[in-house]
Design a protein around this ligand. Structure first.
Ligand code: FAD
Length: 802
């Protein structure tokens, strides 16, 4: 056996083999896969082998599209069969909400180049004749859907990797992974120790145990899953063509032809987590005992939807475990806190996603970054706050809602409340309707009087509309207050702090007492952060950015850290409030003896507010006159009482995230992972105006940003007023121009202050001009939209700066 390798991939399931293949494809051939038994010995061998492109998350859908297209390439390279059956598939809708979701999905597919189509109940009967279409109002057909041979496909990946130099060692159990001081790894196996530069955890059902060998926790959990194969059914085998897949979200089932019969699997409500205290090492090529009681309701429903099932006996019952992360997406990328340790785990749909996961990880390892935004599957989207106690209920919820309608405004209830600030009970008593970000409870809005404490999930405007309007009015007309716990906050200190920031950030690093806004760029010039930088002293800075991006940003900071600078994540130690609106200055002045009037826009000062020591920053994402007051979490309640009591004389109102996201539209402020993400560049989004081109420091991403500046971007982000009466843009809706899809939206919403629906979207640079008129497709309907050329409210910033 080899004793040194550049990469040791642990796990020979479909995911590990895909990672191995993609590493070789991208030029790393000194790579090795270690499998404790034979290839496919985890979840892979008993999978139903179905694949499909549809995914509510656009980047996941792209990964799935890549995976499915890859199989033909694999067959061509290896001469092996993946057992492909491209039979197409239809997803059924029996409610208007489900149908709305399909319309929204179909619309996204237009600019993704996916050839799906909306079908009528009659068309469904023709496409998938075993379906009882009673109560069905339509469906979404995807010609790419199909299934394959799980084992053949895994072996094809393995063969393709071997052909390009990879080594595969089976019957080779990894017992320990020990890091050397230089960041490389000793991988201790039953066959000896291997010295590897990098380790990839692709251990599937055992990914938790393998992660623990390196001292980290990966938030994933195995769930039990059933599918059934029927005896032969004449109505199936007498058909000329293979019957397509049918996904029936109402019945939480997926169905397809298997040989001369049918195969049907369920995501049942009586979902059971498996191996709660750890996956046994002696679990191998075996199944779990049948538990048909668990799926009896689903079977009953399926008999009504597919009556032919009741005529057939059951040939085989498959009951096996596979793993999920709390949100159902894979955990991919460099594991935060470890060097040269990568995750390719929690891939719950290995045959839809495995290829894309392999490609992304291989790009990350060999090229330093991926070609697209990884936020939805990056292992760093969960922080060190995740625990098995959090993960398990979330995974169960995810399993149960796998086929549920995914609403853009939905807040799923499992494992909540978990992380709360000292304000939780005060806000709760004030009627907070809670949302959740990165495990933290955040007020979305405040219900008053008899208003329900629950926002109805919807693709259209929800019951939060009136409350949000009320909060927006209060901010624009007087003063509002909200909590600013949900910012990621970092203290950057040391003699080299300024130099380091100048290298890490593309924008201007401010002088003492001042604040600046800056993009952070990857080497390839993509936006990996939009930061507020505050200079408290020559060697003391504060950064704020997205709360949910903490592990992501810290991982980047760690990678680029230098002597003479320290970065500390103070996100949960430092908290506070924002007060905003024309009366904000009076409120603050009433709470401190410090000179509030002297504080100019983008100034920062230490002030005592009431009894609390604060850093006060004159900025506001509401676009209004406003202040952010940061204090120690222990002083937060006292600061609240001070501000709230002083605010009463000015009609102060508490506001939540829904109002905040509406207010930002008035000034056309973009937002993280909507307008600003690694999928986009500064020149495309207008963030290039914050780049400090003349600074001497060769900041990261400079060469790429300069190259793009020279040529100009091919597309640009524009804002639009949309003719939309009962729904707004949420993201990825297509932008039509002269009968063609030319772009897509990044986000949007309703500006309660302006009384308008506003959207951000990309259009080709050549087509862009002031007053550009386009159509934006929302829920299947094209709505007229006209470009907004300057911020519709306070265009010269008089309120913000005044
Ligand atoms: C009943 C059922 C039906 C399914 N149907 C589908 C479907 O239709 N379509 C679809 O896309 N997905 C389906 N899945 C999910 C699919 O099986 C998984 O997504 C996929 O198999 C995950 O592959 P993996 O490589 O990540 O993990 P695994 O297949 O679990 O592979 C992990 C490998 O790592 C090895 N390993 C672990 N620890 C060590 C160690 N210490 N040393 C060495 N080796 C180690 C294991 O032996 C194993 O071979 C289904 C799952 C089930 C249970």
């Amino acid at each position: 056996m080899k004793t040194t390798t550049r990469v040791a991939v642990i796990g020979g399931g479909v995911v590990g083999c895909s990672v191995l293949y993609h590493l070789t494809k991208l030029g790393w051939s000194d790579v090795m896969l270690l499998e404790r038994s034979d290839l496919t010995s985890g979840s892979t061998w008993h999978a139903a082998g179905g694949f499909h492109t549809i995914n509510g998350d656009t980047n996941m859908a792209a990964l799935q599209g890549y995976t499915i297209r890859l199989y033909k390439e694999l067959e061509a390279i290896t001469g092996m069969s993946c057992g492909l059956h491209h039979v197409g598939g239809v997803t059924l809708a029996d409610t208007q909400d489900r149908f709305d979701m399909m319309l929204a999905e179909r619309a996204k597919h237009r600019h993704m180049g996916l050839d799906t189509r909306i079908v009528t109940p009659e068309e469904i009967r023709e496409i998938a004749p075993v379906t009882n279409i009673e109560g069905i109002i339509g469906g979404l057909y995807d010609p790419l859907d199909g299934h394959l041979d799980p084992s053949g496909t895994t072996h094809a990946y393995a063969k393709a990797a071997r052909m390009q130099g990879a080594t595969i060692e089976t019957q080779c159990m990894v017992r320990e992974t020990n890091q050397r001081p230089d960041g490389t790894w000793d991988v201790v196996t039953d066959k000896g120790t291997i010295h590897a530069e990098h380790v990839v955890n692709a251990a599937g059902l055992w990914a938790r145990e393998v992660a623990a060998m390196a001292g980290v926790y990966l938030p994933l959990h195995p769930m039990e899953h059933h599918y059934i194969v029927t005896d032969d059914i004449p109505a199936i085998y007498e058909r000329g063509d293979e019957h397509p897949h049918v996904m029936d979200p109402a019945g939480e089932s997926y169905l397809r032809q298997e040989g001369r019969g049918l195969c049907i699997g369920f995501y049942e409500q009586r979902a059971k987590p498996w191996a709660v205290d750890g996956t046994p090492w002696d679990f191998g090529h075996e199944l779990l005992p049948d538990d048909l009681d668990k799926i009896s309701d689903s079977i009953e429903f399926a008999y009504r939807r597919f009556p032919v099932l009741s005529e057939a006996g059951v040939k085989t019952v498959i009951h096996g475990p596979f793993t999920f992360a709390p949100d159902g997406n894979p955990l991919v990328g460099p594991v935060p806190g470890l060097r040269n340790y990568w995750s390719a785990s929690a891939v719950m749909a290995g045959f839809s996603q495995g290829g894309g996961v392999g490609l992304m990880l291989a790009q990350w390892m060999t090229q330093g970054e991926c070609e697209r935004d990884t936020a939805s599957f990056d292992v760093a989207r969960f922080g060190t706050w995740t625990t098995p106690g959090y993960t398990r209920p979330k995974v169960i919820e995810n399993y149960q809602t796998r086929f549920s309608v995914a609403y853009p405004n939905e807040e799923k209830p499992a494992a909540r409340p978990f992380r709360t600030t000292p304000m939780y009970d005060i806000f709760d008593a004030m009627g907070a309707v809670w949302g959740q970000q990165y495990g933290l409870e955040v007020p979305n809005y405040f219900a008053e009087g008899g208003e329900p404490r629950y926002e109805t999930p919807s693709f259209r405007r929800s019951n939060a509309f009136d409350a949000t309007a009320r909060e927006v009015r209060a901010v624009r007309g007087g003063v509002g207050i909200n909590e600013i716990q949900n910012f990621g906050k970092y203290a950057v200190t040391g003699p080299k702090a300024r130099n380091w920031l100048d290298r890490i950030m593309a924008g201007r690093i401010p002088g003492p007492g001042r604040i600046s806004l800056t993009p952070m760029l990857s080497e390839a010039g993509r936006i990996i952060g939009d930061f507020t930088v505050t200079c408290l002293g020559e060697e003391e800075f504060r950064l704020t950015a997205s709360y949910s991006a903490q592990a992501y940003h810290l991982r980047w900071f760690d990678r680029h850290l230098e002597d003479g600078v320290a970065v500390e994540n103070v996100s949960d130690r430092i908290t506070g409030f924002q007060i905003a609106g024309p009366q904000a200055r009076e409120v603050l002045a009433a709470c401190t003896r410090d000179d509030v009037a002297a504080l100019r826009f983008l100034d920062a000062r230490r002030m005592t507010v009431g009894m609390a020591e604060c850093i006060v920053q004159r900025v506001s994402y509401t676009g209004d006159l406003g202040y952010e007051l940061y204090c120690d979490a222990m002083s937060q309640r006292s600061l609240w009482h001070t501000l709230w009591e002083a605010g009463q004389a000015h009609g102060m109102v508490v506001f939540g995230m829904r109002a905040m996201m509406s207010l930002r539209l008035d000034r056309l402020f973009g937002s993280w992972l909507r307008e600003y993400s690694p999928d986009y560049t500064p020149a495309e989004t207008g963030l290039d105006r914050f780049i400090h081109w003349s600074k001497d420091t060769p900041f990261i991403g400079r060469a790429a940003a300069e190259a793009e500046r020279a040529t100009g971007p091919a597309r640009v982000l524009a804002a639009f007023r949309v003719d939309a009466a009962d729904t707004d843009v949420h993201g990825y809706e297509p932008v039509w121009l002269d009968g063609e899809v030319v772009g897509f939206c990044t986000s949007g919403g309703y500006s309660h202050h302006l009384g308008q629906s506003i959207a951000f979207g990309f259009v080709p640079k050549d087509a862009d001009h002031p007053g550009l008129e386009v159509e934006i497709e929302i829920l299947g309907e094209r709505r007229a939209a006209r470009r907004i050329d300057t911020a519709p409210w306070d265009p010269d910033g008089a309120r913000l700066r005044g």
